[in-house]
Design a protein. Sequence first.
Length: 663
Amino acid sequence: MAPSRNRKIPKEPAEGDFTLFLWGPEKFARRESILKAFTTNPIFSKTSVILPSLARKDAWTRAAHQARELIRLKLQHNWSHTQFMEAIRLTDNMLPVQPQFRIFLSNLERQMTDEQKAIWVPKAERFEIFGSYAQTELGHGSNVRGIETTATFDRQRDEFVIESPTLSSTKYWIGTTGVWATHSIVVAMLIIAGKDHGNHLFLTQIRELETQRLMPGVEIYELGPKAFQGMLGTDNGAMRFHGVRIPREQMLMRNARVERDGTYVAPKNEKHSYGSMVTVRAIMAESTGWDLLKPVAVVYYYTSYRKQFRKNKEQEEETTVLDYASVQHRLIPLLAQATALVLVGQRIKKAYDAYTANYIKTGDFSQLEDFHLQTVGAKVYSTEIAGHGVETCRIMCGGHGYHALSGFGRMYANAINAVTYEGDNYVVGQQVPRAILKHWQNGTEAELPTLSYLSRLRETEREAPRIESLKDWFKPEVQRWALEERLVNLVQQHIEDTSAGRDTSYACHALTMAHGDFVYWKGFYELLQDLQQSSKPFLEPVASLFNVFALSVLQVPHHATLAAALPLSQAQHKTLRLAKSAAVEELAEKHLSDVIAAYGFTEYELDSALARSDKEPYGALFEEGAVRSEMSGDGMAHLWPMMVDTRQMWRRSREERGGKARL
């Protein structure tokens, strides 16, 4: 049976119980407000300018003007910080103002004393200063302990002297610093009387407020193009310090501080250092899901329009591409996985926000390690799925998916960078197995809810459920057993490899992804249980998405090694394959159109020639791509004489050689 579908791309956001559930009522309301402001403001138009045709400098200039207009809108309409950040994401261009609340202001609020915050937080909120966060260096990124930038306390002048002692200590990849930022939170080694007290945060002015010129001793360069022409609106910078002095009061001193006489007061709890990255990764836990959902929607709209070949000789018309299993079995698992990233990511972010508000008031860091573990695992897991998922979506659209106006190039460039920023997944992902090993050895896994599955390792016998038919795989207890069994077997392997002194840096990635499978399955299942208790009308499609998610990550794991870690018989593998196929087919036939409609992405949000509300894909590609190309018509007329002359080169060559040249 062909899946039900509605090819009409909405101009206005959808609304209803299912939509509000997927988006969250507050986020949905903010989105409506932003879309209204954007679609009536020409500076945010996505059709008047063909962005892929702009030079990088021109694209960033446009982004800077958009940032200014967003600031005006925020101040005029009193938008919340969250709404401002969501507005930035809707531009699809990562504007230079993005770090202002995402990491700059969040660090001021979390790491400054109340007295410091009274001075600096209002300045950041009013955009009186533009901020960035300078941690990564040329020589070190994920290895924060290897950072070389120094902040030496000058007791006589009551100042810190910020210094870049080596080329490798150059702050590098620092977002919004190449041109935009006026202040930066600099991560540097604190040196007092020759003693290294480790990394601390220092608020450093890097540009004059009146002129935007560099401050004395500050050396900054914009980095140039990124891979795939991604993040065009972000002016990443390289920054060095040559004896830059800042007042002692500009060290962020909520947790650790330096007194006037040079006395160092250490933090009561070293876990506070997790905070900066946990905040960013908590945001990524949900945002990556939205990064994947948009290309999934584009594929749905395009493949429900596109026809290709015939399934059988009796057909008079070609088959709609979406009806092929080769599309459904790639697209629908991505829809389910992206939904899991969004829904579970929302729960992680909400819980972390509540925790953050509490520990800012009380200084209670007791849950921070668990949130660190949740978010670092979610960062690895979500970015792997999203980045590779966007490319899978492009491929599903065939040759037309390769055109810049399909949007997939932009989507991929802006999603795949997350695999390496905030830490290369194969590096930061080792923190999960490291925590597993530590708490297993100490017998303290019960302190971290995220590691609840480790209790299975302490069981002398682990009983397996009976799995005899594909229906058994739809039982949550069977899914849980399979995910936990696979995971604890990988943990056991990690324990053995570590004890034997083997290099586990490669194998750790598979373990972290298996950990992510279980954490997201558990969060999704808890959400489904909540829905079952409230008898929501959209329970059935959510349950269908849940089963596709669970069975797809089991039947087509993210690593080949994960399949080997799940001890199933050949017959059980067969039933798992059939169960996954049944789950995909059920969602395709019964719920796919409803889910896409509930997300309700507008043409503005998708920004793809393959998903226009008033044009079919072929017409949009032809008119917006071929006809409007700057190289069409007379666009290259200045080169025509050169081309004509080139066609005469053979004659001049023959004449110069005395007419003896052979043609």
